[in-house]
Ligand binder design. Structure first.
Ligand code: HEM
Length: 486
């Protein structure tokens, strides 16, 4: 089996850049194709574009001590067309990518309805015209000043080639690792097979194990034992494109997707006050008064982890910060009926691990066909204090959800539609993800199994609203050079 050539893969695939907590996403529109190609040629220089490397401890320490800027680049299908990619090559991209995230059919699949419908998005809804996004530049820096400098540098560098379609979308890694509802995030990530991380932790990773690189990088074997569908270009024997040939297709072509991947980006606004008001009211209705511990415990049932990150499946009774990063657990042996972590909790829906079939090994194998590398960051101000978390403060805050996957349809869309937003999941029949589901008008339901009786929470409002986003292709470095030389 071919080993991944990580030096040809953009850095975001392998790492979320924790050493550079400040991020900006710049949606750009190509105005001059030739100038854009010249800009891209410059950008692919090693000192400008961040690549993936399998880092040892020394490199990681150097990163932490002197983090420079990080830069990656991704394209929409319309962007590749604007850059001058031939129709015959454009037609080899999968349908979902050509259509984009904002079509009516996709909006239905993804639950982007009502307030979350594309017509209400701040960015990303237009596929054509002057607001269509062609390029997404992803910039990361250690400080706000560093990030502003990077944005200015890159905007100067692409002047005349591209223009911004909106203000940079700024986000950050939270200081305490917690997203705005107050729960530690970014704990559970797929461990890619044949990386140093896989060698270190695969024995301890419990039933989920490692996931084949082809789930995240085009050109390699995936969890189906196949190479993922990859875009290609007609082979031109005269032009040394640097792209490898592909023999998966009837005619020999050059593999434009090799070492590339896809990115899903979604700006998800969180109604923090609404979430905690619902939790606090439910606790008050049961106990007749406020009780911080009971509120945290009920909210943890929505998430599947405690605020510290400790999983309910292994830590059922009280939060335990000593287990905040624990990820070596399944649901089959520990908690088959959801007495600890409800069947409908967010993490159990987003990754059911070994629980959806009677045979846990087979269940885990199937669940691993729907994993994604999450690279999101939060935006907007933190809430003022835990004591006032149920009071609206008029501020906009949320998550810039970013995920990397080799097949958006089988990974992101499947999880969003069939696991998070479906009323039928794992034996449940009238519930959706309680944290971010597109709940019905009269509110959603969460069943919390318990003895002597289960609790059934009803009237759950929608706490997360979609504000903008898109599907992007994140080419490998050789593919970027090919595009720059079109
Ligand atoms: C505002 C929206 C969201 C919030 C606040 C949120 C919050 C969280 C939290 C607190 C965790 C637990 C920490 C961890 O395991 O890393 C988590 C896990 C996860 N979330 Fe979300 N999430 C959001 C949206 C999404 C979306 C849109 C998806 C996918 C379509 C998703 C997929 C996942 C996955 C795959 C996991 C890891 C599950 C596991 O492997 O155990 N999340 N999320």
């Amino acid at each position: 089996m071919r080993a991944v050539d990580w030096s040809d893969v953009q850095g975001l695939v392998l790492r979320g850049y924790p050493e550079t907590p400040r991020a900006a996403y710049l949606p750009l529109h190509i105005e001059d194709a030739a100038a854009a190609r010249a800009w891209l040629a410059e950008l692919t220089r090693p000192e400008r574009l961040t690549r993936s490397t399998l880092r040892g401890e020394a490199e990681r320490r150097a990163d932490r001590e002197t983090p420079g800027g990080r830069c990656n680049i991704a394209f929409t299908w319309q962007g590749l067309r604007a850059l001058g990619l031939a129709d015959e090559a454009l037609s080899t991209f999968p349908w979902y990518f050509r259509e984009g995230m904002a079509t009516p059919a996709r909006a239905r699949i993804l639950g982007d309805t009502g307030d979350s419908a594309p017509e209400n998005w701040a960015w990303g809804a237009a596929a054509e015209g002057e607001n269509a996004i062609h390029v997404l530049l992803l910039l990361f820096a250690a400080s706000c000043d560093g990030l502003n400098e990077l944005i200015d540098d890159e905007m100067r560098a692409c002047a005349g080639a591209c223009r911004r379609t909106c203000e940079p979308i700024r986000a950050r890694a939270p200081d305490d690792g917690r997203e705005h509802f107050g729960f530690r995030d970014g704990i559970s990530q797929p461990v890619i097979a044949d990386t140093p991380q896989a060698r270190r932790i695969s024995v301890l990773d419990g039933p989920t194990g490692t996931v084949k690189a082809g789930e995240f990088v085009l050109g390699y074997i995936n969890e189906h034992g196949q190479r993922p569908e990859s875009p290609s270009v007609a082979r031109d024997p005269e032009a040394a494109s640097g792209l490898p040939l592909t023999d998966d297709l009837p005619e020999v072509r050059s593999d434009l997707g090799f070492n590339g991947s896809y990115l899903v980006v979604r700006q998800l606004e969180q109604d923090v006050a609404g979430f905690w008001t619902y939790i606090n009211d439910s606790v008050r209705a049961e106990r007749g008064g406020t009780d911080r511990q009971a509120e945290d415990a009920l909210a943890a049932k929505f998430v599947g982890r405690w605020p510290s990150g400790a999983p309910l499946a292994t830590t059922p009774h009280a939060d335990d910060s000593g287990r905040s990063r624990q990820n070596s657990f399944g649901f089959h042996a520990e908690d088959r009926h959801g007495y600890r972590c409800p069947l409908g909790a967010h993490i159990r829906r987003a990754n059911p691990r070994d629980s959806l079939l009677d045979d846990p090994a087979e269940a885990a194998r199937l669940a691993n066909r729907h994993r994604m590398l999450r690279r999101g960051r939060i935006y907007g101000p933190p809430i003022a204090s835990i004591e006032t978390r149920g009071q609206p403060d008029g501020q906009k805050r949320g998550l810039i959800f970013v995920c990397v996957a080799a097949n958006i349809e089988r990974q992101f869309e499947f999880v969003q539609q069939t696991w998070l937003n479906s009323t039928k999941f794992g034996g449940l029949h009238d519930e959706k993800d309680p944290l971010l589901g597109d709940q019905p008008a009269d509110g959603g339901v969460l069943t919390v199994p318990g003895t002597p009786v289960r609790r059934r929470l009803t009237g759950i409002p929608r706490f997360v609203t979609m504000r903008g986003g898109g599907y992007f292709f994140l080419p490998g470095i050789k593919a970027l050079r090919y595009l720059a030389a079109l």
